[in-house]
Design a protein around this ligand. Sequence first.
Ligand code: BEZ
Length: 211
Amino acid sequence: MALRLGDEAPNFTAETTEGTLHFHEWIGTDWVIFFSHPADYTPVCTTELGTAAKYKDAFDQRHVKMIAISVDPLESHRSWINDINETQHTTVNFPLIADPDKKIATLYDMLHPNASTNATVRSVFIIGPDKKIKLTLTYPASTGRNFNELLRVIDSLQLTADYSVATPANWEDGQDVVIVPAVSDADIPAKFPKGHTRVKPYLRTTPQPNR
Ligand code: BEZ
């Protein structure tokens, strides 16, 4: 069955380009972005892994680890990474899981037979320090992912984990946020001392509380 938000991310042991890892142990107390690639030596995946490497500092600042998976074997991953580093002018700086028997891809429902019989789709899972799934995204093989969007979602998830707020459409870090309906009008001044705007009884905004 497909994994859903709030489910525990299934645990596994994997061979990766950075050695063997036990997933939950490796997560530790961090957040994780776990993303799948249809196959090694494919053009879009090459740009995605190179781009992800360039975002590592931004994700590190947010205590987020990245980990990628492709169903090809480790030897193939290692030589493909040389190509990625060369063509994308970067150094891949996070583990790439080898999954030739497709065990982990199957565990995470990354194989969609009506899209492809042997390659994974482009799945993204954001997993919290509690090992629970916070976001799932599924892209077709033909569409490379937007890492700015993943950064934006992480900012929203981390903010809304700590405060009784939600983030509106196209929100970016630093912009006003929405006060969740569970907070009564009477409780707003104490919870949100920076002030608030009551646009409608159900739509109350406040400056981002952690900025
Ligand atoms: C790619 O990563 O470039 C790709 C993979 C499968 C189908 C199309 C593109």
